[in-house]
Design a protein around this ligand. Structure first.
Ligand SMILES: [Zn+2]
Ligand SMILES: [Zn+2]
Length: 460
């Protein structure tokens, strides 16, 4: 394929409406062939009435198992299961949890669900939001059977993704699995979802610019793979959900449609690439850090996207601060003197993360360099500073529209809306980079020795 053809194919893909992207395979300008192995996506009123017909088209038949959270979804589950029975679909019910506590998004729980169901099912189906969907998707991957999702809240972007975000010994892992075969996002159901989950959905996707800027940064410094397709897939809807933030907060049908379309495209931006990178930058690392700390020390938990929204604003401010930092002032000898050895870091991680230290060490040491390598990298960064920022600028968005959208939607905007103190916010900026192997702007700031100074300035 010529470059021109690849460019034409690229442009036609990014113009497509979300449902038209299903089943897509094409050769991209980045040299890779991308595909979306999902048969069907409906973001419509009455979408659940289409389930049987679409199952037939996808060749999904036999006995299904409908997985749901015993605690929160009873009325919706009843409604969906009634519709499915009327459509002549055969399935049994599988409640998760004890009806009191929230089911945890753990790999082990998903494996035990799969083991329990065993060969009884020809397909799995989830009626639920993030945790239930991910547990179901992963269990269907273990059982090697197709899976169908009926989202009950537009709370996160994983419905269309080819991965499950589950924890392994407290550390959030992104596990590559086949995506769902079909997704039925029924607006009549979604308008009734809890408002905090709706706000979480918006918070999850306002992060796009930080995610793509961090990903681009990693390519520029670490020479890792990068493709412009994911950001273009989500660019199409970004202005729409930012503009509709007020309606999203009021949960109008239009607001829910715009938000749900946005989260579906965000999920697809990961599926086309096969990694979570286009939808998970440093703002996600901060959110995962808070989850880990809540697990370790107790303390208040918040929805994923609500934390991501707060983290996004902080990161946009950090991009702004570091862009204008006089990099020539960086003192290499001072950095060398302060550079921590692996054994110092091991001791620090043990102390800071307690029983979760093992997982943290694994992540952090996957990006650790000895001083010689790091010195070279820092030299490269300083030398190419202007070019780096010129390239990054394509992906970084202004702070105000994002801040304004979160406000209009009624979501948490600043750390104190999450009940956190300034010290806790500073702690997250300083220590979140340890829990993820991915290189982000936080690592760049840390390597240049300016993270603490930046954090003090931008966190007021
Ligand atoms: Zn590509
Ligand atoms: Zn997310």
């Amino acid at each position: 394929m010529t470059d021109k053809n690849a460019e034409q194919a690229f442009n036609s893909v990014i113009e497509k409406d979300t449902d038209e992207l299903m089943g897509l395979t094409f050769q991209c300008v980045c040299g890779k062939t991308h595909s979306i192995p999902i048969d069907y996506l409906s973001v419509n009123k009455g979408a659940v009435n289409e389930i049987r017909n679409r199952m037939d088209e996808s060749g999904i038949s036999g006995a299904g198992v409908l997985i749901y959270d015993r605690k929160i979804e009873s009325s919706v589950v009843e409604r969906v299961s009634k519709t499915m029975k009327e459509q002549g679909i055969t399935f049994t019910m599988y409640p998760v949890g004890d009806g009191k506590k929230d089911p945890r998004p753990e790999i082990d729980l998903s494996k035990s669900i799969a083991e329990d169901i065993g060969e009884k099912a020809d397909f799995l189906m989830s009626v639920g939001s993030g945790v239930i969907s991910d547990l179901t998707k992963y269990a269907s991957a273990v059982l090697k059977i197709p899976c169908i999702l009926v989202p009950t809240a537009p709370s996160m972007n994983g419905y269309t993704s080819s991965m499950a975000a589950l924890t392994d010994r407290g550390i959030k892992k992104t596990l590559m699995i086949p995506p769902a075969k079909a997704i039925f996002a029924d607006i009549d159901i979604l308008v009734e979802s809890p408002i905090e989950m709706v706000r979480s959905g918006l918070g999850d996707i306002v992060s796009k610019s930080v995610c793509n800027a961090d990903w681009k940064l990693s390519q520029l410094i670490k020479d890792t793979y990068f493709c412009p397709l994911p950001s273009h897939i989500t660019d199409k809807t970004e202005p729409l959900y930012l503009a509709a933030a007020g309606e999203i907060g009021e949960q109008t049908a239009h607001g829910m449609e715009v938000l749900t379309d946005g989260i579906m495209r965000s999920g697809l931006s990961m599926t086309v690439i096969g990694t979570s990178t286009p939808s998970s930058g440093a703002e996600h690392v901060i959110a995962h850090y808070w989850d880990l700390m809540a697990l370790k020390d107790g303390g208040e938990k918040h929805f994923h996207g609500v934390q991501v929204g707060v983290g996004t604003l902080v990161m946009l401010k950090l991009f702004d601060f570091i862009r204008s930092f006089p990099v020539k002032k960086v003192d290499i000898n001072k950095l060398k003197g302060n550079y921590q050895s692996k054994s110092d870091l091991t001791a620090f991680i043990e102390k800071k993360f307690g029983i979760y230290a093992y997982g943290v060490r694994e992540e952090y040491f996957s990006k650790y360099m000895n001083w010689g390598e790091k010195e070279q990298e820092i030299g490269f960064i300083i030398e190419n500073w202007t070019r780096l920022w010129d390239e990054l600028d394509t992906y970084i968005r202004p702070i105000e529209p994002v801040e304004d959208a979160l406000k209009r939607c009624g979501a948490a905007v600043y750390y104190h809306h999450l009940g956190k103190s300034r010290e806790e916010m500073l702690d997250a900026l300083k220590n979140a980079p340890y829990i993820r192997g991915r290189y982000t702007l936080l690592d760049l700031a840390m390597d240049l020795g300016i993270l603490e100074e930046a954090a003090e300035k931008i966190i007021v």
